[in-house]
Design a protein around this ligand. Structure first.
Ligand code: NAD
Ligand code: UDX
Length: 461
């Protein structure tokens, strides 16, 4: 039986996943480690509301388990040494240099973890890939562990995480499935059984799926590619709707009622964001290309091309509608996070829309309930489109939505936060320049009501 778990990486996956394991398995000591001292200090903050990741319900779970059997630490070696099972949950971003630049997953953090585990481990360990990895990465990890280790035995399992941000706690508590891939040898099967036993503390056995390692690794990339493909498909149709008078919400409803299609993931938007979809599809495209499967690669790449187009066309439509110029105009952004109920902004469509509008010399005024000025500036600086000084001159961040919208020529809704629907839109209208434009990149506002107030209201599709 597993009694001591270490998780390397205290991010959006490692933090919530381990918090739930600790909550549901009080007999297991769970230590989450990270090199980032600030992040660990925030996880340990006396005030549990200051944990570094905003997820509905997460602070309560952490409050229950922290200090009991859930610990956050920067002492990676000690946690590895003590653990029977080590989860690797570090980031695997798209490579920004060298071979595979802009496409392949950068596995340097994974390799560092493997080398550290090999150096420290003095008894047999089960190493679990929780990060999303290219198919066949387990063999690279095994190779490093077996050739640099202290002669102890390692079993490598693939256990990809399917949680979505904003609903991480509910997804972890009641996952559609838990996927565990392992070696088909008796030792591999034993390792699989030990991890199944951990999840079986709260997940029904029939929802725990076991496969070989390669199927598990590839299933994670495939799941994200299918989900993103649905969003790009409905977004492609949104443009056609705008030309033909069809309504994309009505089309989505009509097709979603076909039980073979299903209603989920058919919300047309300003484009998908988040740390996973783009990165994982690019990775899939890269893998397909590396096997010479060019048609397969092109097929999936189109999902990204469509998404880039959707973001760009949203910005273009704002410029075109505002009489072909936004130079010096105040554009208020409601929302910066890549979706509601998270403080994560990675690959958020808002960043790219802002970048395009700044190129047109607009003045951007942002309000997001969970994202502050430092993050917003850093997201724009990361693109390196212009100097940091120009970004901070062009973008202003507010902690009050009404202030952000005051005297604006236009409002762009970039995130579907629930609170936006409940605002006093008459008050917002009264304080704006006229004609007052609203570009609803999430289709969350009531078109009839907005038009009745006097807004020039534009939705997607
Ligand atoms: P993240 O950037 O939030 O967290 C990763 C953490 O790992 C960082 O805090 C970093 O400091 C730490 N780290 C990196 N190298 C380290 C090392 N050698 N030792 C100790 N700590 C180290 O990333 P995330 O969003 O949690 O994603 C982690 C993995 O999970 C990725 O592979 C991602 O694709 C996958 N994933 C993410 C999501 C999601 O919704 N974010 C969902 C499913 C899967
Ligand atoms: C995704 C996967 O859903 C999850 O299973 C995986 O583990 C990690 O990647 P996440 O990126 O956190 O999760 O959020 P998700 O809900 O998938 O949304 C991704 C993006 O697509 C967001 O920008 C969201 O706004 C957008 N989206 C989603 C749409 O535009 N329309 C939809 O119908 C659904």
């Amino acid at each position: 039986m597993i009694t001591n778990i270490c998780c390397i990486g205290a991010g959006y996956v490692g933090g919530p996943t381990m918090a739930i394991i600790a909550q549901k398995c009080p007999h297991i000591k769970v230590t989450v480690v990270d090199l980032n001292e600030k992040r660990i200090a925030a996880w340990n903050d006396e005030n549990v509301l200051n944990i570094p990741i905003y997820e509905p319900g997460l602070s309560d779970v952490v409050a229950e388990a922290r200090g009991r059997n859930l610990f956050f630490s920067t002492d990676v070696d000690a946690a590895i040494d003590a653990a029977d099972m080590i989860f690797i949950s570090v980031n695997t971003p798209t490579k920004t240099y060298g071979v595979g630049k802009g496409m392949a997953a950068d596995l340097k953090y994974i390799e560092l973890c493997a080398r550290q585990i090999a150096r420290v481990a003095k008894n047999d360990k089960i190493v679990v890939e929780k990060s999303t990895l290219p198919v066949r990465t387990a063999s690279a990890i095994k190779n490093i562990l077996d050739h640099t280790g202290n002669g102890v035995n390692f079993q490598i399992l693939s256990n990809p995480e399917f949680l979505a941000e904003g609903t991480a706690v509910e997804d972890l508590l009641a996952p559609d499935r838990v996927l565990i891939g392992g070696d088909t040898t008796p030792e591999g099967q034993k390792a699989i059984d030990l991890l199944v036993e951990v999840y079986a503390n709260w997940v029904p056995k029939q929802n725990i799926l076991t496969t070989n390692v390669w199927s598990s690794e590839l299933s994670k990339l495939t799941a994200n590619a299918f989900l993103a493909q649905r969003v790009s498909s409905i977004n492609a149709l949104s443009e056609l709707c705008e030309k033909t008078g069809a309504d994309v919400n009505e089309v989505a409803r009509a097709i979603g009622m076909d039980s073979r299609i299903g209603p989920k993931f058919l919300k047309s938007s300003v484009g998908f964001g988040g740390s996973c979809f783009q990165k994982d599809i690019l990775n899939l495209v890269y893998i397909a290309k590396s096997y010479g499967l060019n048609e397969v690669a092109d097929y999936w790449e189109q999902v990204i091309i469509m998404n880039d187009h959707q973001k760009r066309r949203f910005a273009k439509n704002i410029v075109k509608t505002l009489y072909n110029t936004v130079s010096g105009k105040k554009i208020a952004f409601l929302g910066w996070a890549f979706k509601k109920d998270t403080n994560d902004t990675r690959e958020s469509a808002a960043i790219y829309v802002a970048d395009d509008l700044l190129n047109e010399q607009a003045s951007i005024h942002v309000y997001d309930p969970k994202v502050g000025a430092v993050q917003i500036q850093s997201d724009l600086n990361y693109l390196e489109t212009r100097s940091e000084a120009s970004n901070s001159e062009g973008v202003h961040v507010y902690d009050n939505p009404y202030e952000a919208c005051k005297d604006a020529h236009a409002i762009a809704v970039l995130t579907e936060w629930d609170e936006f629907k409940a605002y006093d839109w008459q008050k917002i209208y009264d304080a704006m320049l006229k004609p007052a434009f609203v570009f609803d990149g999430r289709n969350i506002l009531d078109a009839e009501k907005m038009n009745a107030i006097g807004f020039q209201y534009y939705k997607i599709g």
